[in-house]
Design a protein around this ligand. Sequence first.
Ligand code: AMP
Ligand code: GLY
Length: 435
Amino acid sequence: MSSASTASFPLPKNVLIVGAGGREHTLVKTVLASPACPRVIVAPGNAGIAAEVPVFPIAADDIAGLVALAQREKIDFVIVGPEVPLSLGLVDALAKVGIPAYGPKADGARLEASKVFTKQILLKYGIPTAACGIFTEIEPALAYLRSRGAPIVIKADGLAAGKGVIVAQTLAEAEAAAIDMLAGNKFGAAGSQILVEDCLTGEETSILVVTSGRDYVILPTSQDHKRIGDGDTGPNTGGMGTYSPADVVTPALLAQIENEIVRPSVNAIADEGIEFRGTLFIGIMLTPKGPSVLEYNTRFGDPETQVVLPRLDTDVLALLWAAALGKLAGLPVTTKPGHAICVVIAAKGYPDAYAKGDVIEFPATLPDNVQIIHAGTARNPAGQVVTAGGRVLGVTALAPTLRAAADSAYAVCEQIQCTSKVYRRDIGAKQLNRR
Ligand code: AMP
Ligand code: GLY
């Protein structure tokens, strides 16, 4: 369908996208593809984004600077990528000067910025989630986790770039994590309150929901790979790769997830008095007892966005604009057939310390079905593209089968030259091995 024609209202012409990662590079490509042909600018962007649209060196947490940029550039729609500006109230500040934005205001962003706040909502509304204790003091936390036994999960309350969750296999590891967080060593204020949560088992899925209050659209399913190492080993990261659709979410299971989790979540948030216009990204564990919520995020996933948005037939600009205006009801959203994969190339050492400034060399040509999405990249004074973050690139491919998509993406991963590159070799393997 051509959804620009399905939106019964004019679309924005001047769009600012806030952020600097692979998610934002994908948003840029997707919005540029809109039949509305908007002008797109980005703050602060990365080397890949700068090759496509004008970028402005204003940090994603510089709320006043971003609002001033939007006013100066006569922006009529802002799409906010990352969680930090959302939680700092960027959308509230834009609303005050009359600029519509996609993304929740600070009250909605709390659903990601505080895991304790979310847990309290999940428990209050009877939405399935792991049993837990909430602690600000070390001794009661240790007593509780000893009473539950290992494996057990320790979570810092606040934002920690996807790294504030320790799935402890032993009590010693759990105790060390709890002490580390509560003593303020590891995550600062984000760890001054912790959750100690029962360890769930099963496959995970990321459910991205575009919502404008009580109306919502569930986007295609995907599965992230959170651990740094093959076979889901090593520490948690922001996500090392993903694919869509996640066939483990059968139509029956998706209906169950919608009935038990998505609709109750959207309604709970509205009942709490939060007007949420943006992405509610629900991390779900498919446990033997049924789907259970791991977390809410209040923005598009990274790298989930890299596989979900390219699979939509719908004009994404129209979709996000409709959500921002509260006009989502009845907007049709359709998906292309086929499979998408994204393999993240990270800098060696990530999610801990890693080097920056390594030169990246790209293949001279790419197959039509592959895109290299930039995340942590910049240009050095010589004009070369260099590494500038933990997650550096996302190699994405679309193909009729997941196998073909994986083969295409991995062939390009091998061709990318960068001394510090690391990537998982098993993105999509769970689904491929099920066949
Ligand atoms: P979160 O940021 O809460 O989604 O947690 C990050 C990752 O930690 C999740 O994607 C899971 O892989 C893992 N995790 C979180 N909570 C649990 C849990 N209760 N049981 C097992 N693994 C978990
Ligand atoms: N890939 C998970 C996230 O965006 O948090």
